[in-house]
Design a binder for this molecule. Structure first.
Ligand code: NAG
Ligand code: NAG
Ligand code: NAG
Length: 667
C-alpha cells in the first residue's frame, strides 16, 4: 500500500490531499510542542485512524506519548467538496494543560490509472497487479503492440514513425489505458497530475490522450489535422513528463498507448508508465509528488508460424522462365484452399527466392492481432517487396539492418525456420522453437547469420531459438536438409531429414532388382545418368558420407533440443554433391518442399524409372502417404534447381496464428 509521510503544524491550518487506498503517516512527536506529554486525536466521521504503537486499552485520556508515536490515517471514499474532512491533534503538557493544536483540512480523491492487466480485452478498475508483469495463465500485466503497420496505403510509412494519430483506425493498434477519478469537481489550488516515463522507455512507447468527450465527439470524416489535435501526445520521444489536464468529479479519461520497438538485445520489452499527483510547495520551490500510480506493459513478441499451422496465402515470384512452375503451384494452392499471390517481375526484378527475403510472423494482444513480415538484411532484388507490397493496414513490417557488417547467404530466411510445438524434458514450447543455421562453433572462417538478426530472434523469447550447423552447404540454409510435416499421431508432426544413406540404400535395392540401367534425369538430355553409374562413383560416395555426417550432427541437436525420438524422424532419399568445398543437392531436393495442410508440393526429383514410375517419387509418396499426406511433384528443375534452390526457396506461406496465447507461456 502506498504510504506517505505527512507533517503537522501547530501554527497554521494545513490542507492535505488524500488519495483513497493510500495511508497518510503522521509522526506526532516530530511536530509536537516541546515538553508535550499527552495528545488526543479528533477526526471527521469518514476518517479512520490507527495509532502505533497502540496505546493501552484502559490507558489514561489523553494518551501519553510513547516513543515514536505515529498516526496512520485512511479514508474510504472520495470527498464531495474540498476540505470536507478534518483531523485535529491536541498536545498537552505534564499536567494535561493544553500546549497547542494542529488542524488539517482533508480532501479525498480517487485516482487510478487503469490498463487491461488481466488480459481479457477490457480495462478493469484498479487491478492490484497492474504495476507488475507475470507470465502464465495465472499471470498478469498489460500488453502493448509495436505499431508497425501502416494505416496509409499511399506514401506509406510505419505508423510508429509518426508522433501523432493521423487516423482513428490507428487507435485499435494501441493499448487502451484509462484514468479514472472521483472527488470534488476540481483539484485544490496548485495541485496537478503528471504522467511520466523513463528516458529509456521514451524510445519504446508513446501515450496519446483523447480529448473526445472533453469538448466534442469525433466523427470519422474530420480531416487530418483534427486527429492530431484530438489525440495530443502526452509522453514519448522527447517528452518524458507532462501535466494531464483532468476532468474531476466522477470522470474517465481515455489514453492510447503505442509500442515503438520490439524486444531486442538492449530492450527486455517491459515499459512502465507513472502518474503522479504533485503538491505545491511554498513560493519559489518546485512541487513535490505525493502519490504515484504505476502501470506496466510488455511489448508483444514477433512470433513465427510452423508448417503445422493452416496456410492462408502463398507467395511466389513470376519470372521469364517459370510459367509451368506457377501453373503447378496454382493448382496445388487451389486444392489446399488458400490464396496464391504472385509477385510480378517488375517488383521482383528477377529475384525468385521468395523464401529468402522475408519471414512471415504475427503479433498478438487481447485487443488486436496482425501479421508482421520480418524483412531479411539479405536485400536481394526482392528487397522492396515486403515494404512496398506487404506493409499496409493491419499488416506490419520489421527489419534489422547489419550496418557496415557483411551479410552472407546464411542471412537468407530459408535459413530461418520454426518447429511445431514440443515438450523437451518436461519443458513446454507451445509455440515451437525457432531454428537457424550457423557455422560450426569450431570453424575458423565460417559464415554466420548476422548478429542483429540473431539478437532480435533470441530477444523475442517465446520461441527460444536453436542454432544448427548449415555452413557445410554452399547456399547454407537449414531448409536444404530439413522440414516438418503434420502427422495424425505421436507429437503431431514428423521431422523430415535429407539422407544420402537412405538414397544409396534405395539405389542399391534398384540395382539388386536388376534396374541398374534405369536412368536418372530421364528426358533432361545431357543430365541423364544410370543407377549403376551413380553407385560406382567413389568421389560422389565420399562426398555423401561427409554430408550424412553433417546432417547426423544436426539430427542429434534436433533430437536433443526438440525432445524427439528416432520414430519422430523420417529420412528422405536425397543425394548431394560438393561444389567449391560445400554441398548442393544432386537431384531436386525433395525435403525443400512447401507444406499446405495435408498437401505437399515437392520438387520433382527426376529419379530412375521402374515400370514407368519414378522410384524416388514412389518412395516419397509411400512415406508421406503413411501420414495421410498427399504429394504433388512440381518440376522446378530448370527454373529453381539449376540455380541452387527448390520449391521451398521459391515460395513463402503466411499461416494462421497459433490459438495458444503467448502471454500464457510459463517462463
Ligand atoms: C481548504 O483548506 C485550506 C487550509 O485551511 C485553505 O488554505 C483553503 O483555502 C481551503 N479551501 C477551500 C476551498 O475552502
Ligand atoms: C515510476 O514509479 C516507480 C514506482 O513508484 C519508480 O520506481 C520509477 O522510478 C518511476 N519511474 C519514473 C520514470 O518516474
Ligand atoms: C554464430 O552464431 C552462433 C549462434 O548464435 C554463435 O554461437 C557463434 O559464436 C557465431 N559464430 C561466429 C563465428 O560468429
Amino acid at each position: 500500500m502506498y504510504q506517505r509521510t505527512f507533517r503537522l503544524d501547530i501554527e497554521k491550518t494545513l490542507r492535505a490531499l488524500y488519495v483513497v487506498g493510500t495511508v497518510l503517516k503522521v509522526n506526532l512527536n516530530r511536530s509536537a510542542p516541546p515538553s508535550s506529554t499527552y495528545f488526543s486525536v479528533k477526526c471527521s466521521p469518514n476518517v479512520q485512524y490507527r495509532i502505533t504503537p497502540p496505546p493501552a486499552k484502559s490507558g489514561p485520556i489523553p494518551t501519553p506519548f510513547n516513543g515514536n508515536t505515529v498516526l496512520l490515517l485512511t479514508m474510504d471514499t472520495a470527498s464531495e467538496v474540498e476540505n470536507d474532512s478534518k483531523l485535529s491533534v491536541m498536545y498537552y503538557g505534564k499536567k494535561t494543560e493544553v500546549l497547542g493544536k494542529a488542524v488539517v483540512h482533508l480532501t479525498a480523491f480517487e485516482i487510478s490509472l487503469d490498463v487491461d492487466a488481466d488480459r481479457d480485452g477490457q480495462v478493469e478498475r484498479n487491478n492490484p497487479n497492474k504495476g507488475s508483469w507475470m507470465w502464465g495463465p495465472n499471470g498478469h500485466g498489460a500488453i502493448l503492440l509495436v505499431n508497425c503497420d501502416s494505416e496509409h496505403t499511399f506514401q506509406k510509412s510505419l505508423d510508429s514513425e509518426h508522433a501523432e494519430v493521423t487516423r482513428v483506425s490507428d487507435l485499435k493498434d494501441m493499448s487502451p489505458m484509462v484514468l479514472r477519478t472521483s472527488g470534488p469537481a476540481k483539484l485544490p489550488e496548485g495541485y496537478k497530475l503528471t504522467m511520466h516515463i523513463s528516458q529509456g522507455d521514451a524510445e519504446c512507447v508513446r501515450v496519446f490522450r483523447s480529448t473526445a468527450g472533453m469538448h466534442q465527439t469525433l466523427t470519422e470524416n474530420l480531416f487530418y489535422k483534427s486527429f492530431v489535435k484530438d489525440y495530443p501526445l502526452v509522453v514519448g520521444g522527447e517528452d518524458l513528463s507532462k501535466e494531464v489536464p483532468c476532468l474531476w468529479g466522477n470522470a474517465e479519461m481515455n489514453f492510447y498507448v503505442e509500442g515503438l520497438r520490439f524486444p531486442d538485445k538492449d530492450f527486455e520489452g517491459l515499459i512502465s508508465i507513472n502518474l503522479s499527483m504533485l503538491e505545491p510547495s511554498s513560493q519559489g520551490f518546485p512541487e513535490t509528488p505525493i502519490f504515484t500510480d504505476r502501470v506496466v506493459f510488455r511489448v508483444a513478441p514477433w512470433i513465427m508460424t510452423p508448417n503445422t499451422l493452416d496456410p492462408v496465402e502463398v507467395f511466389v515470384c513470376s519470372t521469364t522462365d517459370n510459367d509451368q512452375f506457377l501453373k503447378r503451384m496454382r493448382r496445388l494452392v487451389e486444392k489446399s484452399g488458400c490464396k496464391l499471390k504472385i509477385c510480378p517481375e517488375d517488383m521482383n526484378r528477377g529475384d525468385r527466392w521468395m523464401q529468402d527475403e522475408i519471414e512471415f510472423g504475427y503479433i498478438d494482444s487481447p485487443h488486436q492481432r496482425f501479421p508482421v513480415v520480418l524483412d531479411s538484411p539479405r536485400d536481394g532484388d526482392l528487397q522492396d517487396f515486403p515494404y512496398d507490397v506487404l506493409l499496409g493496414q493491419d499488416f506490419g513490417y520489421v527489419t534489422r539492418t547489419a550496418y557496415g557488417k557483411e551479410v552472407s547467404s546464411l542471412d537468407s530466411f530459408g535459413n530461418l525456420e520454426v518447429s511445431p510445438p514440443v515438450t523437451v524434458n518436461g519443458k513446454n514450447y507451445p509455440l515451437g522453437r525457432i531454428i537457424i543455421g550457423v557455422a560450426f562453433p569450431t570453424a575458423i572462417k565460417g559464415r554466420n547469420m548476422t548478429k542483429v538478426v540473431q539478437d532480435f530472434l533470441w530477444a523475442q523469447k517465446v520461441q527460444e531459438p536453436i542454432a544448427l550447423f548449415s555452413d557445410w552447404l554452399l547456399v547454407g540454409h537449414v531448409d536444404e536438409f530439413m522440414t516438418f510435416v503434420p502427422a495424425p499421431d505421436k507429437k503431431g508432426f514428423r521431422l523430415l531429414l535429407a539422407s544420402p544413406d537412405a538414397s544409396y540404400k534405395l539405389f542399391r535395392g534398384l540395382q539388386n532388382d536388376g534396374h541398374g540401367q534405369a536412368k536418372m534425369f530421364d528426358g533432361l538430355g545431357a543430365e541423364e545418368i544410370t543407377v549403376d553409374e551413380i553407385l560406382s562413383d567413389e568421389k560422389l560416395k565420399a562426398e555423401n558420407n561427409y554430408v550424412q555426417s553433417c546432417i547426423d550432427w544436426n539430427r542429434d541437436v534436433l533430437k536433443r533440443e526438440l525432445g524427439l525420438d528416432d520414430d519422430d524422424i523420417i529420412d528422405l532419399p536425397i543425394l548431394f554433391h560438393v561444389m567449391e568445398n560445400r554441398a548442393v543437392a544432386y537431384y531436386p531436393d525433395m525435403v525443400n518442399m512447401i507444406v499446405l495442410g495435408k498437401n505437399l508440393g515437392i520438387p520433382k526429383p527426376f529419379g530412375p524409372k521402374v515400370d514407368g514410375r519414378c522410384a524416388l517419387e514412389a518412395e516419397m509418396t509411400s512415406l508421406m502417404g503413411g501420414l495421410g499426406l498427399s504429394c504433388t511433384y512440381i518440376d522446378d528443375f530448370a527454373s529453381y534447381h539449376k540455380l541452387l534452390g527448390e520449391v521451398h526457396c521459391g515460395s513463402n506461406v503466411r499461416r494462421e496464428p497459433f490459438s495458444f496465447k503467448w502471454w500464457n507461456l510459463e517462463m
